[in-house]
Ligand binder design. Sequence first.
Ligand code: NAD
Length: 310
Amino acid sequence: MNVLVTGGSGFIGRWVVKKLLDGRYEVCVLDDLSNGRVENLEELKEDQNLKFVLGDIRDKEVLQSVFKDIDICIHAAAAINVQESIDNPQKYYDVNIDGTFNILEEARRKDVKVVLIGTCMVYDLTSSKAINEEHPVNPKSPYAGSKLAAENLALSYFHAYGLPVVITRPFNTYGPYQKSDMEGGVVSIFIRSLLQGEPLKIFGDGTQTRDLLYVEDCAEFIVNASFNKKAVGEVINAGSGKDIAIKDLAFLICKEAERIKYVEHHHPQSEIPKLLCNYTKAKELLGWEPKTSLEEGIGKTKEWIRQTKQ
Ligand SMILES: NC(=O)c1ccc[n+]([C@@H]2O[C@H](COP(=O)([O-])OP(=O)(O)OC[C@H]3O[C@@H](n4cnc5c(N)ncnc54)[C@H](O)[C@@H]3O)[C@@H](O)[C@H]2O)c1
């Protein structure tokens, strides 16, 4: 089977590509490297089954050429920065909505299954309960709004044209290859601060919680959902099923309370107090469950950041 992975040089995409190559699939990566890195695929580049195309999902000609002989498109390419989406919503409309439209149109022409990587950010995040797929949506940023629009567009292609479509909604994902600058994830940022001897900065009082999914578990979920017939036409969450307060996460990573600093929140009004995933559907439909404990995932991430001097 031939699989096209858009955004395959990015953090999650890279692990999806690795999992596919491990399963002996032929993989074509399409990435414009706007946020991905060629180094992310360095370890995999000798694999004969991997092809890389530098290109933009907004470019219809590029899409026409990469969709040749493709069975499945795993669509991970997206602009992903919430604050940037508030400052520059046009980019988020163009890449996340228009770009997805282009993918769907090409998939419709060539009858290719589309697996969309959505996000938990589309949900109403004021809930104090674990979030399942029945939970109401309430996008609070152009990032979340554009991702939800892309999902809806994809589902409309399933209903209107019978195009096989799967919507995956991973919760906060962390692990090796995630950026550790301020655009990266909280786990990588804390680990980098620890290794560089800097304070671990917590915005607000640190009681806000996150459900942290280790990236190899996330990739396994996406690949499983891509090949499982039961997932077609479905929206499926993936998370660890446990949430942790940011102050407890900082202590788990650092263990020295005096190095943890509380700083004023830039946007306290948009802080999400609790994020917890209910992944029962993924378990029942796909037999998927996360395997990596937070301690183990932090250990692997720390080792990678140390080795690669991120
Ligand atoms: N990181 C998370 O915690 C998380 C959680 C849930 C969902 N997601 C979703 O997972 C997907 C991957 O996210 P990520 O964290 O790996 O981000 P990432 O930025 O590392 O990966 C996205 C990739 O898409 C590429 N890209 C961006 N615009 C493009 C364009 N116009 N044409 C071609 N390629 C383009 C980037 O260069 C990058 O390699 C995104 O769809 C994101 O919304 C991420």
